[in-house]
Design a protein around this ligand. Structure first.
Ligand code: AMP
Length: 299
């Protein structure tokens, strides 16, 4: 490992300190030094293209731990062959700047060959929770996520790892993963950060044309309306979802991958929201595939 990697986080403030660490050895060396000093460590996994949603995870990490690692890795294993990995937005210098100002201590931005060296053949999969919702429409996606998250947790060995409720299915899958594999880390979930018109902040919003951007908040509005309709547990969820799909189509969305009311813990599709539930949707708007989810309020 180059010295600059481990020392990057010790430079005086005012100097550019967040030089990304590129190697697992460099990451482990920095974490070891913090542990020796008795400090707690948080990990915030991202694919870069940092926005307010990511920064709220960093804030949450900062309030809970002495040191915050943010990983920036566009994980090829979680993209399908027809998906947007080649056009995925990337600007590492801008990301480093934003993250440094928000209080990150270390950026871990390994090249693909460091994460998946030649001969790599291991996959970590979580069944059941990954089968519905996005799992049905993105074959292999969750196996890619759980494999890379397992690696990041073993590499950084953090006390906590922070994930967004924006990707609620992913959050539950990661919680299951660490429980099933006895990985000693607390998984912290953070509420979705939204634009003032309700659209969930997302790296993929850059794909929206100005007209699509105007239409996009209909996703959150529709999910909220469906959640309102099914609250109380007596309304048929399928009917409410059919109404919601029509509303999304009227707003310009399509195709709609899913719109469903699911058990908030198991993700089982519900016909009545008679237990803690959330409404989930994924739908295309132009070139973008937008996902979002909201809680059904308990009445
Ligand atoms: P990504 O870089 O899109 O893989 O996201 C990295 C982490 O940021 C994941 O845990 C996401 O759930 C979380 N995240 C993305 N968008 C938001 C948002 N709008 N609010 C809160 N967390 C988010």
């Amino acid at each position: 490992m180059m010295m600059s990697e481990a020392n990057a986080t010790n430079l005086p403030s005012g100097m550019r300190s967040l030089v990304p660490v590129r190697t697992v050895a460099g990451l482990r060396e920095a974490v070891r030094a913090w542990r020796t000093a008795g400090q707690s460590v948080a990990l915030v996994p991202t694919m870069g293209a940092i926005h307010e949603g990511h920064l709220s995870l960093v804030h949450a990490a900062r309030t809970r731990c002495d040191r915050v690692i943010v990983s920036l890795f566009v994980n090829p294993k979680q993209f399908g062959v027809t998906e947007d990995i080649d056009s995925y937005p990337a600007d590492e210098a801008r990301d480093a700047d934003l993250l440094e100002r928000t209080g990150a201590d270390l950026l871990f931005a390994p090249p693909v060959g460091e994460v998946y060296p030649d001969g790599f053949v291991t996959t970590v999969t979580v069944s059941h929770l990954t089968e519905g919702l996005c799992g049905r429409f993105r074959p292999g996606h969750f196996a890619g996520v759980t494999t890379v998250v397992t690696k990041l947790l073993l590499q950084a060995a953090p006390d906590i790892a922070v994930f967004g409720e924006k990707d609620y299915q992913q959050l539950l899958v990661v919680r299951r993963l660490v429980r099933d594999l006895d990985i000693p880390v607390d998984i912290v979930g953070v509420p979705t950060v939204r634009e003032s018109d309700g659209l969930a902040v997302s790296s993929r919003n850059v794909y929206l044309s100005p007209v699509e951007r105007q239409a996009a908040p209909a996703l959150f509005r529709t999910l909220t309306a469906v959640a309102g309709r099914v609250a109380g547990g007596s309304t048929d969820c399928a009917e409410a979802c059919a109404w919601g799909e029509d509303a999304l189509r009227a707003a310009g969305f399509g195709p709609i991958d899913y719109l469903a009311v699911c058990d908030a813990a198991t993700l089982e599709t519900l016909s009545r929201a008679d237990r803690p539930a959330r409404v989930f949707a994924a739908a295309r708007l132009g070139k973008a595939r937008l996902i979002d989810n909201v809680a059904v309020q308990r009445t």
